[in-house]
Design a protein around this ligand. Sequence first.
Ligand code: RIB
Length: 303
Amino acid sequence: MNKPRIVVIGSLNMDIVVETSRFPRVGETLTGEHVHFIPGGKGANQAVAAARLGAQTTMIGSVGDDMFGQSLIQSLQKDGISTDHVKRITGTPTGIASIMLAESDNQIVVIPGANASCLPEHIQALEQIINEQDVVLVQLEIPLETATAACEIAKKLGKMVILNPAPARKLSASLLNSVDYITPNRLELATLTGIDASGDNLQTAMEALLGMGPRCVVTTLGEEGSAFLRKDDTLGKVPAYRVAVVDTTGAGDAYNGGLAYSLALGSGLTEAVAFACKVSALSVMKLGAQAGMPTKQDLEAFS
Ligand code: RIB
């Protein structure tokens, strides 16, 4: 069977992960336990998730001409991901995420670096590559004009477009009309729609987002699983798996990689959402975003 082809257009970061027993208070200096340098970035994480599941994966994005950039590219290549279209930007540092892990939670500050130099022209020059794909997966850690160009080009070419609107910002009608599946969490859903999406408001907010253009809204709900809504359909729900959590960094990325892979294989929406929930659950059982992405074998071994 041919492998599904997925192109990810998005960010690459080096995650500097500090483990500490609790978060410091403002102005406080704390002694932590460990520091790790782990490949990350929402785009690259989603590419790794899709590749480990078995997709033929291509990454489009930008890194700096420093050691971190080199190391991120090599790390993607180890997972068999094509990095031919990851640009190295001269004189610009690679994107960095400073991640603090404490109290079973995390705090993240991202410095975009070279991700900010991933420009629409770069995507426009790659129409041919995009045209060879089954699914185009985009996030918002690159400039909004670039994410917009990516979705519009993919739509024009008749590709399935999945937008993970993270980190969330208000999006244009033109972008939203180019998207088949949009995958916010509750907070991102609220930012996109201006509607509080907590509790029973979830369906109202999802209906509002659906009315803004995408063909389908899939909302990730953490421990509550996921909800999905298509036009002229009722709200669907899939529960989450109960697992021992080590690190939730990249759980949303695992989910998006899993969803893209399953949809690219031709699965129905309920099946694809259930598969994404499983991929995401497995990813939180290990430390690190890319380090924690499960393989197809991991999934098969997990009942
Ligand atoms: O989604 C998790 C990712 O967000 C991390 O890997 C970090 O790089 C930030 O981009």
